[in-house]
Ligand binder design. Structure first.
Ligand code: KG4
Ligand code: ZN
Length: 342
């Protein structure tokens, strides 16, 4: 651990997928500025994230986004104690933009560099608005690329109890969103459509993975939904989009909630948090809160803007890495399939 008598101010950079983001974070939990430039409208035109376009847009926006984050924080690079940057997992070309800029700043200004795991960032988003939250706690991370049930035993200490065997929850939302003509990103669009639908209209499966009860599987649910859509089309009938959206959303939420509760019960968890883009889904947040409260478990969820990709969460995770002594050199590389804890 380093000397904690003085404030630690970190410039954080995130560019793993389709948001170019920078943030200035003080002492891990105080977000002084957070700028997010989203590429979603561009990728929507193609029905999903186009990696080459994502990299190009990050290059176009990154310097401006960093400057804006510093300006809004009334700081300069000389005020920074460290530069934290997402080093993986994510799209390699997109990650490389953030990593290269962070290395350039670190070299030019002689500021320590700290590489951060994107999923650790999502988990740490919970610390930002809850000054009292400390490990140990259970965290369900549900994003476009990951569905992980994680036992957070300490700062930077993670035990993965379960993960998806196939599609991530967000990926399943995106695929079904496309299939019912809602476009990218499927998650928020399905959530909006589901508000008008009946969640019990269509019977859809909830998969159980036999050799690890904590693992998730969404491919069966995805196929069942696609088969249902095909059968309606074959009969020459019209698909009731709100009913499909509501039934699909309920099936995903049921699977997420039941796995999280099982983990909490088996591990005797007193606190439960959620993280990642899917955690911004209101039906999911409410269901988790209700089930946690029934069991006397304290429930945490970041505000929606801290659930989807942002750099404030990277600044928070970077702070804990920094005070634990992590320093990266100019050989820091972007790792697209980086595992949590590596
Ligand atoms: O964490 P995130 O911003 O990026 C990754 O690290 O993947 O998550 C993006 C994912 C997308 O799959 C998107 O459809 C999903 O989160 N998502 C949602 C909602 N908002 C975003 N899924 C369900 N309901 C939402 N409201
Ligand atoms: Zn993410």
């Amino acid at each position: 651990m380093c000397n904690l008598d003085k404030d630690i101010t970190i410039l954080a950079i995130e560019s793993s997928c389709d948001e170019t983001a920078a943030s200035v974070v003080k002492n891990g939990r105080e977000v002084i500025s957070s700028v997010i430039s989203t590429q979603v409208p561009i990728h929507t035109l193609y029905g999903g994230v186009v990696p080459e376009i994502a990299s190009r847009k990050h290059i176009e926006r990154i310097n401006q986004v960093i400057e804006q984050a510093l300006t809004e924080a009334h700081k300069t690079l000389d005020d920074m104690d460290a530069i934290a940057v997402t080093r993986g997992p994510g799209l390699v070309g997109a990650l490389l933009v953030g990593v290269s800029v962070a290395k350039a700043i670190s070299y030019a200004k002689n500021i320590p560099l700290v590489g951060v795991h994107h999923i650790e960032g999502h988990i740490c988003a919970n610390y930002i608005e809850c000054p009292t939250l400390e490990p140990p706690f259970m965290c369900l991370v549900v994003s476009g690329g990951h569905t992980h049930l994680v036992n957070v035993s300490g700062y930077g200490e993670y035990e993965i109890l379960g993960r998806t065997r196939d599609d991530a929850a967000g990926e399943a939302f995106d695929k079904i969103g496309r299939a019912i003509g809602l476009g990218y990103p499927g998650g928020p669009k399905i959530e909006a459509a589901a508000k008008e639908g009946n969640p019990n209209a269509i019977e859809l499966p909830r998969a159980v993975v036999n050799d690890n009860v904590y693992d998730f599987s969404f491919s069966g649910l995805k196929s069942a939904t696609l088969n249902y859509l095909n059968s309606v089309e074959m009969k020459g009938e019209t698909v009731n989009v709100p009913d499909v959206a509501a039934s699909f959303q309920k099936a995903v939420v049921d699977a997420l909630v039941s796995h999280a509760m099982l983990g909490c019960e088996e591990y005797g968890a007193k606190k439960l948090a959620i993280a990642g883009g899917v955690a911004s889904n209101e039906t999911f947040r409410n269901a988790m809160r209700v089930e946690a409260e029934k069991r006397g478990i304290e429930f945490f969820c970041p505000s929606k803007i801290l659930c989807t990709d942002n750099a404030a969460m990277i600044g928070c995770a970077g702070y804990y890495e920094y005070i634990n002594g992590r320093r990266d050199g100019l050989d820091l590389d972007a790792i697209p399939y980086l595992k949590l804890g590596e």
